[in-house]
Design a protein around this ligand. Structure first.
Ligand code: DAT
Ligand code: MG
Length: 149
């Protein structure tokens, strides 16, 4: 089973959207295996968004993501990396398809509510940055046979 890293950003936390984001993943059938509520240290934010270090928005992005608590999560399920990106929608909420999280709850690109890993390799990297292996819980659910055939 695949794992991905999802994070409700400080705007999503402030706006009371942690539950909405969790609910969408829970209701679809994905399994929550890690959850952490904390304020990201600057160095972790710079590492997490390292691919953007040369972009003009990098400093503002790091300042924003460290400006308040986030809800960091790991979700597990079949094809969850790509599926989660679809559920989030395009980076710019104005371009996100209706029904996606960013379209439903966001307007500006710098306030797009939630993060999701963009690839399996990216997911592995981000999960490793935010969680120790002991913080990720494997467990079976009685309902799994009603989600997977
Ligand atoms: P995503 O979060 O969809 O993976 P990304 O990795 O390209 O998008 O960018 C990371 C975050 O940086 C994104 O969620 C919001 C912010 N961002 C991206 N492009 C931006 C831009 N042109 N101006 C301001 N913020 C931007
Ligand atoms: Mg990205």
């Amino acid at each position: 089973m695949e794992r991905t890293f999802i994070m409700v950003k400080p705007d999503g936390v402030q706006r009371g959207l942690v539950g909405e984001v969790i609910t969408r993943f829970e209701k679809r059938g994905y399994k929550l295996i890690g959850l952490k509520f904390f304020t990201i240290p600057t160095v972790l934010a710079e590492t997490h968004y390292g691919e953007h270090c040369d972009k003009p928005f990098f400093r503002g992005l790091v300042d924003f993501i460290t400006s308040g608590p986030v809800a960091a999560m790991v979700w597990e399920g079949k094809n969850v990396v790509a599926a989660a990106r679809e559920m989030l929608g395009a980076t710019d909420p104005q371009k996100a398809l209706p029904g996606t999280i960013r379209s439903a709850y966001g307007i500006d690109i710098g306030r797009n509510v939630a993060h999701g890993s963009d690839s399996e390799a990216g997911a592995q990297r981000e999960i490793g940055l935010f969680f120790d292996e002991t913080e990720l819980k494997s467990y079976s659910r009685a309902i799994d046979s009603w989600i997977y055939e």
